[in-house]
Design a protein around this ligand. Sequence first.
Ligand SMILES: Nc1ncnc2c1ncn2[C@@H]1O[C@H](COP(=O)(O)OP(=O)(O)O)[C@@H](O)[C@H]1O
Ligand SMILES: [Mg+2]
Length: 279
Amino acid sequence: MSPIEIIKAVGLGHRYEKEDEGEFWALREINLSIKRGEFVAILGPNGSGKSTLAKHFNALLLPTCGELYVNGLDTKDENNHWQIRQSAGMVFQNPDNQIVATTVEEDVAFGPENLGLPASEIRQRVDEALTIVGMSAYKKHAPHLLSGGQKQRVAIAGVLAMRPQCLILDEPTAMLDPRGRREVLETVTRLNKEEGITVILITHFMEEAVAADRIVILENGSIALIGTPQEIFPRVNELQALGLAAPPIAELVNELRLAGVDLPPSILTVDELVEQLCC
Ligand SMILES: Nc1ncnc2c1ncn2[C@@H]1O[C@H](COP(=O)(O)OP(=O)(O)O)[C@@H](O)[C@H]1O
Ligand SMILES: [Mg+2]
């Protein structure tokens, strides 16, 4: 495995045993390499296998067949699990399920405390993590009284305090209002761009994937499409066939092109569109 890869799936398959239906393959033949420092968005309809894949990235689930490596470590080897979970931190959908303490700072300290770190190191990590997510002012607050977006930023700080190389977020904005979604997305983008943390963002909001370096689209447990946002989003019809809508700007550009307006298909932002139309 190349040192630039942080996650590599080779022929990864996952089978669940369903009580009523017998065996069910939730993932099939997944081949995927994620580079250090990359921002990858994983999209796909409900039930396409996104959460199952995410759980393989930090050894919460193990391959039924094929292999999954994190930092070159095979998740099948239990001796690697501690190190893998240190490298790849997870943030889940429901912020309320992730709160474990009665103040924000205690909540963020929970992970590092479990690592058995000295108190001074814990304090430093907590302060740093809360600064990065912009929640320092809320240190002494009760987490359950915060807004949804603030709670998710605290959850992200809790994972950051473990100093992971890779952050995996499984629909972290699904339960948030538009403002909370924006806060979380801005935080995640900044972590990737400024702190160099590898980000894997699972989302069903297409516009959140515009900021990613690469997009992976799952369908029935297989990779249906993979590429940069500029490569994927202009494929409006294929996305529709997968039950996904392209971001509004990509759809508008598609309509304009169909109506005969001369525009490049790869436009993804209002600014790019304005620039093209005004030139
Ligand atoms: N613990 C489980 N036992 C049996 N089937 C499961 C389990 N978890 C998920 N599945 C099934 O696997 C498929 C993929 O689920 P999931 O990975 O949660 O998809 P997504 O996150 O894309 O919605 C679904 O059909 C789901 O019903
Ligand atoms: Mg899911």
